[in-house]
Ligand binder design. Sequence first.
Ligand SMILES: [Zn+2]
Length: 364
Amino acid sequence: MPARPTRASQPKTSSRRAAPRRPAPAPSRGSRAGLFLLKALLYPLALAGGVYLGLEAWSALRGSPPGAPAFIARALERFRGAAPPAQDPAAAPPQDLEAAPRPTRRPRRTPAPAAAVSRAAEDSPPPEPRPDPTVPAGPPQEPLPPLPDSSPAVSAAEPEILPLPPMQIDRGTSGRPEVALTFDAGSDPLPTARILEALASARARCTFFLTGEWVERSPALTRRIAAEGHELANHSWDHPPFTRLPDDEIREQLLRTEAIVRETTGRSSRPYFRPPLGDRDRRVLQAVGDAGFYTVYWSLDSRDSVDRGITPEQIRDRVLGAGPGAIVLMHCGSEASARALPAILAGLAARGLAPVTLSRLLRR
Ligand SMILES: [Zn+2]
């Protein structure tokens, strides 16, 4: 009769059972606590890493994490550095995907062509005084130097000012079916939120010409304009007629506004400037160029700032007269324009015209 196996002859099971009795291999209370702590630290880290990698892969595949809370997207953007706060590609029309501002180098001064100026052909009677007797109606525009795609992000360091050729821009000449709706902001900020909502629901990005005073009064709105992917541009500090200012005051108006736009949004208002009241002449163009800006006029005036009683329907009809390359003048302070905007955007879409920023309109 075989002897019953003793504990000693059953190493497989017995050793396990016996182990706790032996003091040496048993993990001490201290080492068990250490192990627990290690796990408590490592598991959440691994989990977070997995989630992060998942989001990264997701965003690489899809442009951005669909359905991911906005704060995650923003945090990712911030983490990556240069990327703009709200260039949410998912919210942008597909053709705008490349419009995310890069850390841009502004165009170097080129052997300046004479100011390329053309008349504001589609304009009816001047809404505001625009004496420009010395700005000749020139040949169709010379090719522009390379331009950034959108408001460049800026570094904290005070930038070197690169003079630009004295040049007026009043339409795009690429022939692409694009229209730049531009909004001047110098007065009532109230209709702006409604304008931004209309633009967002049509996934349209536009260019906003801001006065420094407007930015000072409405910093949150200014940040929202930037955050929603629109282009920021310069409309002077307090809206004086520029032909009456000496060169140094012109420069001061532009640089002071540039400074507050940078301070408020971390973006630059360069390189576009729209003269208050459309008031400019060749000297103004030169002084503006010397301060590092192009002077932007328009090819179509919505007349939303001049005809007091203008209705949204009238504004819509005027703006829908725009053809490819048009630069359309509108105003942030116009309730009628804010109301007209959804119909304008729908009308442009129906005609195959894409609303774009100035930079986009003017790119080659
Ligand atoms: Zn204005």
